[in-house]
Design a protein around this ligand. Structure first.
Ligand code: HPA
Ligand code: ZN
Length: 319
């Protein structure tokens, strides 16, 4: 049986499969530097987060119209539903689009065309989380929040992504304060490539409710103790960690040790088109390679709903 689950760490731009990328390139008259889908897939050999991000931002050039974002989200939701995802909290990166002349309205309205009807079309409820690019300035993040104001009925929260090292959470204190004042929920990537101190800083300075990745907490026993005590959810992405070389192989992934330590872990896909698998594929991989028991898998699935931003009791029970 496919386990019902919520996906809490998913970049919609990272669901762009090579086939759709070429279709959109053709539709929009965008020239891609790869001969075809196979050549593009072969480019997916990453040394680290930055080498992935370079390709991830380059390929976004094919996303231009509302319909493109709608098609992207629809394709993801169909795949996610087929793997047991009943609820998805979806990141998007507005600054990466605005910099290319594609406005906030195009992105949000386009995504919403798919998300707004997703319960009916795919049986998947959704939330939208707007991420700030941490390698851009704090002023740019604040301007992005300002641009999002007309769309706040569609945006549940804010997040922080892109190149981590050298861009500590505290850089974004003011914009997270402003987001909180607007009633937005808060999450942040921390402890993927960056040090454990960034995890504590995201909690203390940005007031986040979940940590995206958080893998490197395992280097700091006092931090692990705190995360367990405060039941801070971690949105882990095992296949992403292998592809971006955060771990050598999946067999080396600390997920079993993290669960044993009492951490509130969830399993997610991050950028599934690039990292070789959607949410169910990540569950299958950790079961197969790490030998997680059925009980552990059910715990991970249960955690995903508990850590979600689903608020309505009815809605939670219906999952
Ligand atoms: N980490 C940081 N930024 C990102 C990621 C990630 O895994 N995916 C897309 N943007
Ligand atoms: Zn991510």
């Amino acid at each position: 049986m496919v386990l019902p689950k919520a996906e809490l760490h998913l970049h919609i731009e990272g669901t762009l499969e090579p086939e759709l990328a070429f279709e959109l390139a053709e539709r929009n008259g965008v020239e891609l530097p790869w001969a075809g889908t196979e050549a593009l897939r072969e480019a997916y050999r990453f040394q680290d987060l930055q080498s992935f991000l370079n390709l991830y931002y380059e390929l976004m050039a094919v996303l231009r119209t509302e319909r493109d974002f709608e098609d992207l989200a629809d394709a993801y939701l169909a795949r996610a539903a087929a793997q047991g995802v009943r609820h998805a909290e979806i990141f998007f990166d507005p600054q990466a689009h605005i910099a290319r002349g594609v406005g906030m309205g195009t992105v949000v309205e386009g995504l919403w065309r798919a998300l707004g009807r997703s319960r009916e079309t795919h049986g998947v409820s959704t939330r939208l989380i707007m991420c700030f690019l941490r390698d851009e300035s704090a002023e740019s993040a604040m301007a992005t929040l300002e641009e999002a104001k007309p769309y706040l009925d569609r945006i549940t929260g804010v997040g922080l992504d892109s190149a981590e090292v050298g861009h500590p959470p505290a850089k974004f204190r003011a914009v997270y304060e402003a987001a909180a004042a607007l009633g937005l929920r808060r999450v942040a990537h921390a402890g993927e490539e960056g040090p454990p101190a960034y995890i504590a800083e995201a909690l203390d300075v940005l007031g986040v409710e979940r940590i995206d990745h958080g893998l490197r907490c395992m280097e700091d026993p006092a931090l692990v103790e705190r995360l367990v005590r405060e039941r801070v959810p971690l949105t882990l992405c095992p296949l992403s960690n292998v592809r971006l070389r955060a771990v050598d192989t999946l067999a080396d992934h600390p997920l079993p040790a993290m669960l044993d330590a009492g951490l509130m872990c969830t399993v997610n896909s991050d950028d599934p088109a690039y990292f070789g698998g959607y949410a169910g594929d990540n569950f299958d991989a950790v079961q197969r390679v790490l030998g997680l028991s059925q009980e552990r898998l059910r715990e991970l699935a249960r955690n995903s709903f508990l850590a979600s931003f689903l608020e309505d009791e009815e809605e939670l029970r219906a999952r």
